[in-house]
Design a protein around this ligand. Structure first.
Ligand code: BTN
Length: 358
């Protein structure tokens, strides 16, 4: 953790004023250097009060993503006590085209697993199937994780279920009392509207080749502080934000806290993916429990849906979403009883739900 991270961590953890010498000790800095760092943090927007006889107290934080602060909130919170494996290193851009592109460039340059790239704003944020992803400045969390899963390539489809469950669980923790649903494969919904989307782009490695390690870029977009007025056009009726779900009068949420919660949930589950791989079939029960959770959160099961599928005769498949397969794929049954298993695609829920006459 950096000195700034240690200062913020200590002030937050104390929940009271810390004397100069206490804070200097926590930050591992001489008192003179501490003052300099405090000035720097104030310049970045932190309100740090110095009260005579009491000491330093953190009064307010800026609405900005700050890598040191985020790392400080995560420090030592992994299940093994160290930094999170999926966010060993955190980088924040004020603006970039797409965090997925930045992460992919790093991966191609050989960066190790565990870099988390955040941007306050994306100018070319993209969603699945080449769609645009609205990434307004400071309204949400737009970030990508560079992962090198130690899974056989056939197991990489599990990343979809992992990411959807991690985000769903994390959002429920960030906004207690809400229930997050999943629109297969990995859109996350609150109260019937989309609050988060996930775009996974992966490159398989070539065993024995120089780029043996493939990588997956897991791009996550979460609407946090938008109000209804921020969503126009087709988003107006379909999208929501955590703040909107919290209630009309709700104040903006602390985006860094939401980010930390999501990263912790995703990290805890990511560790289990490895165990699944090492233990092979014996542990398939654990993945089965993830699939069961994804089913229980599913917005689609029991509904009649249409899935764009390039290989299908009419370019799409239609049927009732019957369940998820052991690898997380969606199983459909059409009106004639034919079963289709789809591993990805864009799902439209039909307006004539539950009626097989089409
Ligand atoms: C979807 O719902 O279609 C997926 C949306 C994914 C958006 C995130 S925001 C961070 C990352 N960078 C991008 O350009 N896209 C993903």
């Amino acid at each position: 953790m950096t000195p700034d991270g240690r200062i913020l961590h200590a002030l937050r953890a104390a929940g009271r004023a810390l004397s100069v010498s206490e804070l200097a000790a926590e930050a591992k800095l001489p008192p003179g250097a501490l003052e300099e760092r405090i000035d720097g943090l104030r310049a970045a927007g932190y309100e740090i009060e110095l009260a005579p006889h009491a000491g330093y107290r953190l009064r307010a934080i800026p609405d900005r993503l700050i890598a040191d602060d985020l790392a400080a909130r995560l420090g030592g919170t992994s299940e093994k006590g160290g930094p999170l494996r999926i966010a060993r290193e955190i980088v924040v851009f004020e603006q970039t085209a797409s965090t997925n592109d930045v992460a992919a460039r790093l991966a191609r340059a050989g960066a190790a697993e565990g870099v988390a790239i955040f941007a306050e704003q994306q100018t070319a944020g993209r969603g699945r199937l080449g769609r645009r992803w609205d990434s307004a400045a400071r309204k949400g969390l737009w970030f990508s994780l560079l992962l090198r899963p130690r899974l056989a390539i056939s197991g990489w489809t599990r990343l979809t279920t992992w990411a959807a469950l991690g985000v769903a669980r994390g959002l429920e923790e960030a906004l207690p009392g809400c229930r997050a649903a999943i629109k297969w494969p990995n859109d996350v919904y609150l109260r019937g509207r989309k609050v988060a989307g996930i775009l996974i782009e992966s490159v398989a490695g070539r065993p024995g080749g120089p780029d043996q390690g493939g990588f997956a870029i897991v791009g996550i977009g979460v609407n946090v502080n938008q109000t209804a007025a921020d969503f126009s056009g087709e988003l107006a009726g379909r999208a929501t934000s955590l703040r909107m779900v919290a209630g009309e009068e709700a104040l903006p949420l602390d985006r860094q806290e939401v980010a930390a919660t999501l990263l912790k949930r995703l990290d805890a589950l990511y560790g289990q993916l490895d165990q699944l791989n090492r233990a092979g079939e014996d542990e398939s029960d654990r993945f089965a429990s993830w699939v069961a959770e994804a089913e229980s959160r599913s917005l689609l099961l029991g509904k009649w849906v249409e899935i764009a599928a390039p290989g299908a005769p009419e370019g799409s498949l239609r049927g009732m979403a019957e369940g998820l397969e052991p690898d997380g794929s969606l199983r459909l049954r059409d009106g004639e009883g034919r079963v289709f298993v789809v591993s990805g695609g864009e799902v439209t829920v039909s307006g004539w739900e539950g009626r097989p006459g089409w």
